[in-house]
Write a protein that binds this ligand. Structure first.
Ligand code: 6PG
Length: 633
């Protein structure tokens, strides 16, 4: 429903909102936040569309403040949208004229929802100094978009100079997947230090600048920022390492190719993130993004275009010490070599694994985005990042196996509720083993289970025994009995791995599963659940088993499994790594040695597969006291 209110007032708008709420029954004060959008007329329609889309899974009140002509009498032309296109949100659009156009905050304040956080978003030009902007002052988080400003690099410089906790920029949000892939890229031998990095992208791409700054800050190695053709976004990231250089190149907008020594090229979906998706990400978190702050201020400085020197000129390349070079077309290099080098996170096999903490019975921190733990120079002077950023394992200890099941079940339900707030569907990878089913049974007993819109949940399996549908030894059969068959799931979204009744071989089943996963977006999971065997295996990836070595596939056939039955199908490490969160569910004294080995500095996944799985945002070990008994206190 759309209600136009020409020449109106905020009081009239407020009254109309209450009336509409009664009529339409729009979700009202149950909203989770207020999103204020500050935009000029020419960008208003698109901004409203993006904000509405971003809030679709995240009901909120959207207040759009549009500055109209400053000449003439003061006037507010209002419009209210509820229900229908506004989704679960309510949208209040106000066009301000005359002197009012300079005082947006005066019309916003009366419409703010009581006791609810405020996020402010400037889709185009943002105030020169957010610290002195009255609408910014109302907001817990302030979202700018330097890519939409007339001078992106100068904007980044300004943002760095005026940063306050709660500030963020969509150019930073747009590089989450790049950062996630880099974080996952080196999860396997050889673990070598980064010695230099290159980031290539359009001269008008602040995301490229921020990615280069992130690398310069985190790795403290020479980072070359190469300019490609304008409008091409980020093209490539690369890394020099002693065993040879690596490329992660995306010449187009959708698919990247990762090339590294001794491995076949891998094609990875890496589409350019839309504004609605990025804004939805920012609506999901209200805490300050410290990594963004560090990268903006410290990383940029290391790139030489922040510390008082001239902002990066267009079509120029900046080296770590501030030199620039001519632009190149995206995907090509001045000397014809493939552009850029993948920067991989520094990680040496002997680098002490920092970051895992044991919290008895304490809810782990909210999964954080891809930021960095502390890093420190290694003996070569290059910074060695302590493990993966942010997603260093977090270990939560529960009193017993039932506690692990109950906690995992509750977390899964909450993770689904959170995910379905911001995305149309959720993708979860289930696990076999006793805990895999126990946790589902626990989830089924929780009152939270009825709050989940199960019709939007895709279920996958990390592995499956190569047995016919319905066989009692199949993980799917056990999971169905534990819960799935009692849920209103969409059968088309239950993706079981084919057994001999539906495929000619485990190899064919693995290939078919990969096809199915690609058909549903290529596999960026929200949560991967994994049990772990006493030998440290996860899914059906066993210690020193050749199936581990398959790295250019989504799923792999496993034969001669040390755990019966001998034939299985498993997701590969590479596929398991493409998940926002990875949770390992482990209980029992027999698992204690493997838990300790998996979390010990330098653990190699070849020997302890559980050491080789990490989430892009968070890695969580839910263990009982017995399984944790060999961990250092
Ligand atoms: C399987 C499982 C396997 C399981 C572990 C732990 O197919 O066997 O996927 O990886 O998760 O062996 O099993 P428990 O939780 O029963 O110890």
């Amino acid at each position: 429903m759309i209600v136009d209110l020409p020449s109106t007032s905020t009081a009239a708008i407020g009254k109309q909102l209450v009336q509409l709420r009664n009529e339409v029954g729009a979700l009202a004060l149950g909203r989770v936040l207020t999103l204020i959008v500050v935009v000029d007329d020419d960008a208003a329609d698109e901004a409203v569309e993006i904000a509405t889309e971003a809030s679709r899974q995240h009901p909120c009140r959207i207040i759009v403040v549009i500055s109209g002509s400053r000449r003439g009498a003061n006037r507010i032309d209002g419009q209210i949208r509820v229900g229908g296109d506004a989704g679960a949100s309510e949208v209040v659009i106000m066009r301000l004229f005359g002197k009012l156009a300079e005082h947006g905050q005066s019309v916003v304040t009366p419409l703010l929802l009581p006791d609810s956080p405020v996020v402010a978003w400037w889709p185009r030009e943002a105030p020169s100094d957010l610290r002195h902007d009255p609408i910014a002052a109302m907001a817990t988080r302030r979202v700018t978009d330097s890519a939409e400003c007339s001078h992106p690099r100068a904007m980044l410089t300004r943002l760095a100079e005026t940063y306050q906790p709660g500030d963020t920029d969509l150019s930073w949000t747009r590089i989450t997947l790049w950062r996630g892939l880099l974080a996952a890229a080196l999860d396997g031998p050889p673990y070598e230090s980064v010695t230099a990095a290159t980031v290539a992208g359009a001269p008008d791409s602040p995301s490229t600048d921020l990615l280069a700054a992130w690398l310069a800050w985190a790795l403290r190695v020479p980072v070359t920022r190469e300019d490609t053709q304008a409008g091409s976004g980020i093209c490539a990231v690369g890394l020099e390492r002693s065993s040879g250089s690596i490329d992660l190149a995306r010449p187009g907008d959708l698919v990247a190719t990762m090339t590294q020594p001794g491995q076949p090229d891998r094609r990875i979906s890496l589409r350019r993130r839309g504004d609605a998706e990025c804004l939805a990400d920012e609506l999901r978190r209200l805490d300050a993004d410290e990594t963004y702050a560090d990268v903006l201020r410290k990383g940029s400085a290391r790139l030489g275009h922040h510390e008082g020197s001239q902002p990066l000129g267009r079509g120029e390349r900046v080296e770590a010490r501030g030199r620039t070079r001519a632009a190149q077309p995206c995907g090509a290099t001045s000397d014809g070599r493939r552009r850029g080098r993948l920067l991989a996170l520094n990680r040496r096999h002997d680098h002490p694994r920092q970051g895992f903490r044991v919290h008895p019975d304490e809810a782990p921190r909210h999964p954080v985005d891809l930021s960095h733990r502390a890093h420190r120079p290694d003996h070569e002077g290059a910074a060695v990042m302590s493990e993966h950023p942010t997603n260093a394992p977090l270990v939560v200890v529960h009193p017993d196996k039932q506690g692990v099941s109950d906690a995992a079940g509750a977390r899964l339900l909450l993770a689904l509720l959170d995910t379905l707030c911001v995305r149309d569907d959720a993708h979860v990878v289930l696990t076999g083993g006793s805990l895999g089913s126990d946790m589902l049974a626990s989830a089924g007993r929780s009152p939270l289970a009825r709050l989940v819109d199960w019709s939007r949940v895709h279920l996958w399996w990390g592995d499956e025994r190569y047995l016919p549908d319905g066989d009692p030894d199949r993980n799917e059969t056990q999971n169905r009995a534990a819960l799935l068959d009692h849920l209103p799931l969409d059968p088309a979204k239950i993706h079981g791995m084919a057994g001999p009744d539906r495929s000619d071989s485990a190899e064919a089943s693995a290939a078919a599963y990969a096809t199915e996963l690609r058909a549903h977006g290529g596999g960026l999971f929200d949560v991967v659940l994994l049990g772990m065997g006493p030998d440290g295996h996860v899914a059906s990836l066993f210690p020193q088993h050749p199936a581990q070595l398959v790295s250019d596939a989504i799923a792999v056939a496993v034969h001669d499994s040390p755990k019966p039955p001998p034939d299985r199908v498993s997701l590969t490490f590479e596929c398991l790594a493409r998940s926002r969160q990875v949770w390992l569910l482990v209980a029992g004294a027999d698992k204690a040695p493997a838990v300790c080995r998996a979390l010990t500095p330098g653990a190699q996944r070849w020997d302890v597969p559980a050491a080789g799985v990490r989430g892009l945002d968070a890695t969580l070990w839910l263990v009982d006291v017995e399984a944790a008994s060999e961990l250092p206190s």
